[in-house]
Write a protein that binds this ligand. Structure first.
Ligand SMILES: Nc1ncnc2c1ncn2[C@@H]1O[C@H](COP(=O)(O)OP(=O)(O)OP(=O)(O)O)[C@@H](O)[C@H]1O
Ligand SMILES: NC(=O)c1ccc[n+]([C@@H]2O[C@H](COP(=O)(O)O)[C@@H](O)[C@H]2O)c1
Length: 172
């Protein structure tokens, strides 16, 4: 039995993440989805709460034949103990998946196996670009799984991101 761990901010969970989970599902029996920066919400860079992101992921990955666990992980001021913090919040895992250089370095220093993947259509499948489209009322729906469109509709997410983007103090 192999269990993987894949962390992201998932603001929102998009088709690049979804393709990555589909590929990971071929390699492991179970997957922990770490919701990074879990305490952040209501800003342009992090508009959605951990709970809202749990809904997006949980509904979207239902189409894959794999057991998943969504685990919120709050940020820490201390990178040196971040891997221990992750491990204290997550079911045990054998391998971490990430394309984020800092995350890769921290896991490797802690002797956790890390696997990287190619970026899928990165020119369109990037959280920042999807959020920009939401703010500017351009088509974003085709860049995320249908289940994510439904969740963003349910939580009135477009109104949220447009309101926080309007206020410069939330512009991080
Ligand atoms: N198109 C993609 N293909 C493969 N992996 C991706 C893709 N987009 C993001 N990832 C990876 O998924 C993980 C989580 O990414 P994250 O939630 O930060 O998304 P992002 O698209 O990079 O968002 P943002 O632009 O908001 O930083 C990271 O390891 C990131 O490199
Ligand atoms: N010190 C820390 O709290 C620390 C260190 C490395 C990564 N992280 C988090 O892990 C997540 C990594 O996800 P991304 O690859 O989407 O950036 C982010 O939420 C990031 O804030 C936190």
């Amino acid at each position: 039995m192999t269990r993987g761990f894949y962390i992201g901010r998932f603001q929102p969970y998009h088709n690049g993440h979804h393709t990555m989970v589909e590929r990971i599902a071929d390699e492991v029996d179970e997957l922990v989805l770490g919701i990074g920066s879990a305490g952040d919400s209501h800003s342009t860079r992090n508009p959605f709460t951990a709970g809202e992101r749990i809904m997006m992921l949980t509904k979207a990955v239902q189409e894959f034949d794999i057991t998943t666990y969504a685990v919120p992980i709050e940020d820490l001021d201390r990178n040196s103990v971040w891997v221990s913090h992750v491990q204290s919040m997550s079911p045990d895992f054998d391998v971490a998946y990430s394309n984020n250089p800092l995350v890769i370095q921290l896991f490797r220093e802690a002797n956790v196996e890390v696997r990287q993947s190619p970026m899928f259509k990165r020119e369109i499948l990037e959280g920042t670009a999807v959020r920009k489209r939401m703010i500017e009322d351009e088509n974003w729906q085709s860049r995320v799984p249908d289940a994510v469109v439904d969740v963003i509709d349910e939580i009135d997410g477009i109104k949220r991101i447009q309101m926080v983007a309007d206020d410069d103090s939330n512009g991080r």
